[in-house]
Design a protein around this ligand. Structure first.
Ligand code: BGC
Length: 733
């Protein structure tokens, strides 16, 4: 009897549930296709509610539709970790005690892994942290091309090559979005410097735009399927990037069929009508002192708030315009905040720290090792001097919006002390900089002479010196809002290194930075490592590579030029960089990075794609499956790779293509494929790679089309842009 009662009860409950389900409006019914839900929600909204969706309600959130139970969107910086909570209405830290994150490596380090699997791991882990912290939109990754080594934000980007950055950005986005958190790709577009970023007008040819500056954004949208994108501060061809018909309406939403939201950079909107008609969807960060001193809510004065409503009501802007924006925003909300299938996420777990460490290890680049000081065999040395401020400085603090409050940050000194033992290691600061602050260069509080003398003295008494220098996250270093003032290393490091070189022959130089720099001491240096910013586990990763526990396998994602004027962007006077304060013309055109150095025959200090290993690799001769291809075919390339050294290791094999006789200027060579290959000592492998013939095209300014000139192309396998191993020519019909 009891069983029958229970059975009847369950039938009643099930039918109540079914009724509730069928009573649900379509927009709340997650079994319905998203487009139907968007349409249904839109049909239930007032004009005022639609407009509300388009602006911020606080520093990092935008409005929902409370009457319909549609939640707001919560956003957070940035590309390297989920930023600490910021106050509702100002840039101040909210000082929560539960928002400490994992700091992941800076994106230059990720790019230096040349390993898309690392990108996916990174995206997934940072997405999990964003989810746990209840963020719907993560403001990253950044994919602006490395045009000048002075750009304060290069560390947040993926280097100088459009192909490498495109391949690396896609899995990062997919990883984030698997968590029901939107990636917000930034800063679209042509935000290649921080100086005058708020107003500089960039003039660039269509060809450079399509070949160099847009591909990573395009890949992020069309392959990564990013749900949002951030418009940059600068102007493009006379119009602000957040109100730009060409880049937003025509290219992004037209050519690339982007169905997500364009979000301003914070304060990037300037005019209601321009923003409304030219593709902006959500306005964030326009200056406000919010609720404190205004009788009205200051956010109501945003360009896309009441002023927009007024133009819609007067008919100056058609209602279809807000319907389109609201649909995009609803789609974003359904994909994120209202996504019932999203996982829970997790924050600052050991698993995430392992992700950070693995990526940092794979990104570290060994640049020089002529005395075979590396890997360090600690049994050979009684005293190891660690010198340099970057051995102990927190490098996750500062830098602007990518600042982080990590649960832990292992410094290089700590990593090495754990590895080699406290009894062997002695530390001297050597040089010192001022405290981090957003838009101010603070003077160093240290006595520079004293620091230098102490360091030189320590070096003279030690068996080996490991120097940690580079840049840091201070203003005018690797930091947002301004550019570096010079290409040289700051804080007297060059002089210090020169003095250390005089007193000790065993010096390992480890540079932490997101940018290239001058190396006046290079000829005297035997050992150089580019260590980037490695995040929470930086010190462990560096110690693992220096000690040989991990064999370095990173390769440079940008060229290290000998001097500033060697770069294309610095070869045409100030109009090409930083501009005349109003306009800037990208005169080097498509010849950015190695494309410039090679075409102009300028020898860099270290070329794009370069990086050594503790083992050696032998490349076999490159071959293709055919000699002649038609434009719609795919070339199959193969060659053997052998690890000829004594330790296991990984090599990033690179394929470059060129067309020696073309109807337009073409770079000496361009990266078209790559693969990171792990090989045990003595092992060899046949490497198979594919390139579509259509990917050999250039952007034809005249016909506005991608064009492959028929004729001969040369493909080469290479271990860097400057180290070609073998070549094969093919014909395109
Ligand atoms: C930066 C963006 C950042 C935003 C919010 C802006 O100043 O350019 O990258 O996402 O602030 O912090």
């Amino acid at each position: 009897m009891k069983k029958i009662k229970l059975f009847l009860l369950s039938i009643v409950l099930a039918s109540v549930q079914m009724n509730a389900q069928s009573l649900l409006p379509v927009y709340l019914d997650n079994s319905q296709p998203i487009e139907l839900r968007v349409k249904d929600a839109l049909s239930k909204m007032t004009l005022e509610e639609k407009v509300k969706l388009c602006t911020a309600q606080s520093k990092f959130s935008s409005h929902g539709v409370p009457r319909l139970g549609i939640p707001e969107l919560w956003m957070s910086d940035g590309p390297h970790g989920v930023r600490m909570e910021i106050l509702w209405d100002s840039w101040g830290h909210a000082d929560w005690t539960n928002d400490s994150c994992t700091a992941f490596p800076a994106l230059t380090c990720l790019a230096a892994t040349w390993n898309p699997e690392m990108s996916h791991l990174y995206g997934k882990a940072i997405g999990e942290e964003a989810r746990y912290r209840r963020k719907d939109v993560l403001l990253g990754p950044g994919v602006n091309i490395y045009r000048t080594p002075l750009n304060g934000r290069n560390f947040e980007y993926l280097g100088e090559d459009p192909y490498l950055s495109s391949k690396m950005v896609v899995p990062y986005i997919q990883g984030i979005q698997e968590n029901g958190v939107a990636a917000c790709v930034k800063h679209y577009a042509l935000n290649n410097q921080e100086k005058w970023r708020g107003h500089i007008n960039v003039e660039v040819s269509d060809r450079a735009l399509y070949e160099i500056y847009l591909p990573a954004f395009k890949a992020a949208i069309t392959e990564g399927k990013a749900w949002s994108i951030m418009g940059s501060y600068n102007k493009i061809r006379g119009t602000y990037a957040c109100e730009n018909d060409l880049t937003l309406n025509k290219i992004l939403k037209g050519e690339w069929k982007f169905d997500g939201c364009v979000i301003t950079d914070w304060g990037g909107a300037h005019n209601t009508k321009e923003a409304a008609l030219n593709g902006l969807d959500i306005e964030m960060g326009t200056g406000t002192d919010g609720f404190t001193s205004n009788s009205k809510n200051a956010y109501d004065n945003y360009y896309l708030a009441n002023p927009y409503l007024k133009l819609l009501k007067s008919g100056e802007i058609p209602v279809s315009n807000v319907d389109e924006k609201a649909s995009r925003i609803l789609r974003l909300i359904f994909r994120t905040a209202m996504n019932v299938n999203k996982p829970w996420g997790s924050l600052a777990t050991e698993e995430h720290h392992t992700v950070d460490r693995t990526i940092a290890e794979q990104g570290i680049v060994l640049l020089k090792n002529t005395a075979m000081l590396l890997p360090i065999d600690a049994t050979k040395y009684k005293t190891i001097a660690v010198i340099g401020e970057n051995a102990t400085r927190k490098l996750t603090e500062g830098g602007g919006s990518s600042e982080l409050k990590p649960k832990r940050e292992i410094s290089p000194l700590q990593g090495l002390t754990e590895k080699f033992g406290a009894n062997k290691i002695k530390y001297a600061m050597g040089y010192g900089s001022g405290a981090v602050s957003y838009d101010k260069v603070n003077k160093s509080p240290y006595d520079a002479d004293k620091l230098r003398k102490e360091a030189v003295e320590l070096a003279s008494k030690s068996d080996i010196v490991i120097f940690f220098g580079g840049l840091n996250k201070n203003t005018q270093q690797d930091s947002e809002g301004d550019d570096r003032r010079s290409y040289g290393l700051p804080f007297g490091q060059n002089e210090l290194i020169a003095e250390l070189q005089k007193v000790n022959k065993n010096i390992v130089l480890v540079m932490l930075s997101g940018n290239a720099y001058e190396m006046p001491w290079l000829n005297q240096a035997t050992t150089l490592v580019q260590g980037w910013y490695g995040g929470s586990e930086a010190g462990h990763a560096l110690a693992a590579v220096l000690s040989g526990e991990v064999n370095p396998s990173g390769k440079l994602p940008f060229t290290f030029g000998a001097k500033l004027n060697d770069y294309g962007s610095h070869s045409f006077g100030s109009i090409a960089y930083p501009g005349d304060s109003i306009n800037e013309i990208y005169k080097e055109d498509i010849l950015v990075g190695y494309r410039w150095f090679e075409t102009k025959k300028i020898k860099p200090l270290f070329p794009f794609g370069f990086g050594l290993s503790y083992t050696t690799f032998e490349y076999g001769k490159i071959s293709t499956d055919k000699k002649t291809y038609s434009p719609d075919e795919t070339m199959k390339i193969s060659f053997t790779l052998k690890n000829t050294g004594k330790v296991d290791g990984a090599e990033v094999v690179q394929i470059y293509a060129s067309q020696p006789k073309a109807s337009v200027v073409r770079p000496v060579k361009e990266l078209k494929a790559f693969k990171k290959v792990f090989l045990k000592a003595g092992d060899s492998q046949i490497i198979d790679l594919e390139i579509k013939v259509k990917d050999l095209a250039y952007y034809n300014d005249k016909t506005k089309n991608w064009t492959v000139d028929p004729g001969m192309f040369v493909l080469c396998n290479a271990s860097s842009s400057a180290d070609v191993k073998s070549k094969v020519s093919i014909q395109v019909k």
